[in-house]
Design a protein around this ligand. Structure first.
Ligand code: 5GP
Length: 200
């Protein structure tokens, strides 16, 4: 006999859209890269941004690097599912058409965006799953940010200011995943997406 699926068994069904947010330096980028490498069945959204590429970043893979004029046009033309000015500096946004194409094809999609963007997606796509990636502690977050050494002191201060606001909003999310260990946190996110964790 086959039991009809109950609402509580929905964790075995892949969630189609997952939004992951979390403060600076918490490891979102590493986890996204991990997921990209280990789970090719998941589609990762590539955002548009006005910030300059960092060494090693590739156009169309890490971001679509666009100027402010092009970004403004994308906003005006309704091409972005959500967008925000992050850390009071550069604009970032999720191209809408690509997300819709994946979802229409039944492919699970993951967005790695900031709190402001996550709130916008919650308005327009309330059925999405919202995950907050949190550090084990505030001290560890500061250590990771300072340790990676990619930001100036001033930029670090700005990012930590944003991080305080973001950490205070974690209860708005469906799940909080603590990034105490990259592999473990990746597997937890994969499970939350309704997919089966597998080895590298
Ligand atoms: P970074 O400049 O370090 O790559 O990213 C800075 C912040 O921008 C991160 O918190 C990241 O999650 C966020 N971000 C990246 N893409 C998007 C996007 O498309 N929309 C929004 N709202 N935030 C984004």
């Amino acid at each position: 006999m086959t039991a009809a699926p109950s609402p509580s068994s929905s964790s075995s069904t892949p969630r189609r859209l997952t939004v992951m947010a979390g403060p600076t330096a918490v490891g979102k980028g590493t986890i996204s890269a991990n997921i990209r490498a280990r789970y090719p069945e998941i589609w990762l959204s590539v955002s548009a941004t006005t910030r300059d590429p960092r060494p090693g970043e590739v156009e169309g893979v890490n971001y679509f690097f666009v100027g402010p004029t092009k970004f403004h046009e994308m906003v005006e033309d309704g091409e972005l599912l959500e967008w925000a000015v992050v850390h009071g500096q550069n604009s970032y946004g999720t191209p809408r058409a690509a997300v819709e194409a994946q979802l229409n094809a039944g492919i699970p999609a993951l967005l790695e965006i900031d709190l402001q963007g996550a709130r916008q997606v919650k308005e327009s796509m309330p059925d999405a799953q919202f995950i907050f990636l949190a550090p084990p502690s505030w001290e560890e977050l500061v250590r990771r940010l300072v340790g990676r050494g990619t930001e100036t002191k001033e930029e670090q201060e700005r990012r930590l200011e944003t991080a305080r606001v973001e950490l205070a909003a974690q209860s708005e999310f469906d799940h909080v995943v603590i990034n105490d260990d990259i592999e473990r946190a990746t597997d937890e996110i994969i499970s939350l997406m309704g997919l089966t964790p597998h080895a590298n």
